[in-house]
Write a protein that binds this ligand. Structure first.
Ligand code: AP5
Ligand code: ZN
Length: 216
């Protein structure tokens, strides 16, 4: 089963992708995580991408399509979860072609619906584990022991450079301008399902499972 999680920053895409990895043995492909890795690696591409990301703008289609192409070289038995990709119509077309070359297709596109007011609270309260990537929130999902990752025990808990109010407003604008047209694109293909992203995490997971069981 190959699925796209579509939604604005803070909708819960990463949170639900990690749960699908655990519950269904799927593989999460987050272009945001890949770009942040490139940033830490200190490569020239990572350095250039970091500047754009920290401002809240989208990096070029060429870079992210290249990253996804590389990851699709190793097949995933449980299928892929596309998290934060595609984000433009050009990326959506490229994904369709890449999957077709593998003799595969998309089984579902799940739009996670949330409103802007909730996103600000989600983004400004977010932190994550630098060692294993687990995602937390000051109010809705704090670590059990303060300062220690529940999953791996690391004390390297961080906040993202683009999780400021200023970068967030730019990220939202980019989403509405460049990414939200994908909702119509996939609706027209008959592939779109929507879930209420404002519900509690378990309820969102259940809604996503229902879509995958029906479509997968
Ligand atoms: P990316 O890393 O993809 O960030 P994003 O899309 O802005 O999404 P987020 O990671 O902020 O949110 P999320 O939906 O995963 O929410 P999460 O689960 O963490 O992209 C970053 C940047 O990289 C972009 O701005 C761009 O520059 C670049 N980039 C990436 N991909 C690109 C592409 N394809 N093309 C071009 N550029 C690209 O949840 C948020 C918080 O809420 C967490 O604290 C979580 O614990 C909490 N939470 C989650 N669900 C719930 C719930 N149901 N109830 C209560 N709290 C919840
Ligand atoms: Zn961890």
């Amino acid at each position: 089963v190959n699925v796209i999680l579509l939604g604005p920053p803070g909708a819960g895409k990463g949170t639900q992708a990690k749960r699908l990895e655990e519950s269904r043995g799927m593989v999460q492909l987050s272009t945001g995580d890949m770009l942040r890795e490139a940033k830490t690696s200190g490569s020239e591409m990572g350095r250039r991408a970091a500047e754009v990301m920290d401002r809240g703008e989208l990096v070029t289609d060429e870079i992210v399509i290249g990253l996804i192409r590389e990851k699709l070289q190793s097949p995933a038995a449980g299928g892929f979860i596309f998290d934060g990709f595609p984000r433009t119509l050009k990326q959506a077309d490229a994904l369709g072609e890449l999957l077709a070359q593998m003799g595969q297709g998309l089984d579902a596109v799940i739009e996670m619906q949330v409103d802007d007011a909730a996103l600000v609270a989600r983004i400004t309260g977010r932190y994550s584990c630098g060692a294993c990537g687990a995602v937390y929130h000051d109010d809705t999902k704090p670590t059990k022991v303060e300062g220690v990752c529940d999953v791996c025990g690391s004390t390297d808990l961080r906040r993202r450079a683009d999780d400021t109010a200023e970068a967030l407003s730019k990220r939202l604008m980019e989403y509405y301008k460049k990414t939200s047209p994908l909702i119509g694109y996939y609706y027209a293909k008959g592939q779109l399902s929507s879930v209420d992203g404002l519900a509690e995490m378990d309820a969102v997971s259940a809604a996503i499972a229902k879509v995958l069981d029906k479509r997968g």
